[in-house]
Design a protein. Structure first.
Length: 244
């Protein structure tokens, strides 16, 4: 009976996991599970000498859970290691939305790179470095993917200052000259706040959204790390970010 329960639990978990499809064009020995796999975003260049080992695609089964960007990337990295690849180049990144899927869905080339120094890019697995040399301002990359309440827009404030109007499927880069501990906030039928400590000469990524409310929904504001923010920002198919 216990074995049957474990089997049923395994089947349920498998059904809820994102679907992973891998097509290989070269054969190499798998890498150790501790080996780092670098991720190049949609707009990032990668070394010209890199060999394309194959393609990995992670999609939604219709019942998938635990399919945030970090989890999906970890599955893709595991496939890359198994194929002997040490890098991924995203060629498609679909954000969650109400109409199609609640999951991040990606397609990525599996690469085997011998010299990462050939291309200097921001990557998900590179060391965090959000410095802007000699800048007397900070940059706030604010974005909102397609999702709940596409017709509901709201103003985003930093303390007493209005930063921008947050819209669906939208992004904007804003110069800020106010440093120190402050609060990002927005209000629809409810006020939502997110603390942020700003240092001049740094970049910050602010993910916005909308959650369920009684009438128009509640704003969502999250300060995310550069690795996650840069990949999510690149996936938004919108006109180039405006600078304020």
């Amino acid at each position: 009976m216990k074995n049957l329960r474990l089997l049923l639990l395994g089947l349920v978990l498998a059904a809820c996991a994102p679907k992973v499809s891998t097509k290989l064009s070269s054969s190499y020995s798998p890498l150790d599970y501790r080996e780092d796999v670098r991720v190049y975003g949609l707009q990032d260049a990668y070394p010209a000498s890199a060999e394309e080992v194959g393609l990995v695609k992670i999609t939604d089964t219709g019942f998938s859970v635990n399919c945030g960007l970090e989890q999906v990337l970890e599955k893709a990295k595991a496939e890359a290691r198994q194929a002997g690849g040490n890098a991924l180049k995203l060629v498609e990144h679909l954000q969650p939305n109400l109409m199609t899927s609640s999951c991040h869905r990606i397609t990525a080339k599996i690469l085997r790179v011998s010299n990462f120094d050939e291309a200097l890019v921001s990557t998900a697995s590179a060391p965090e470095d959000n410095s802007i040399p000699d800048a007397d301002y900070a940059l706030l990359h604010v974005y909102r993917a397609s999702g709940m309440g596409p017709l509901v827009n709201y103003d985003l404030f930093l303390g007493d200052s209005l930063l921008c109007r947050v819209k669906n499927n939208w992004k904007q880069t804003i110069k800020v000259k106010k440093d120190g501990l402050n609060t990002l906030w927005a209000r629809t039928e409810r006020k939502v706040e997110e603390p942020i400590k700003i240092e001049l000469g740094k970049e910050y990524y602010v993910r916005c959204g909308l959650s369920m409310g009684a009438f128009v929904g509640h704003p969502q504001i999250t300060v995310v790390d550069k690795s996650t923010g840069s990949l999510e920002l690149q996936s938004i198919k919108e006109k180039a970010a405006k600078k304020k």
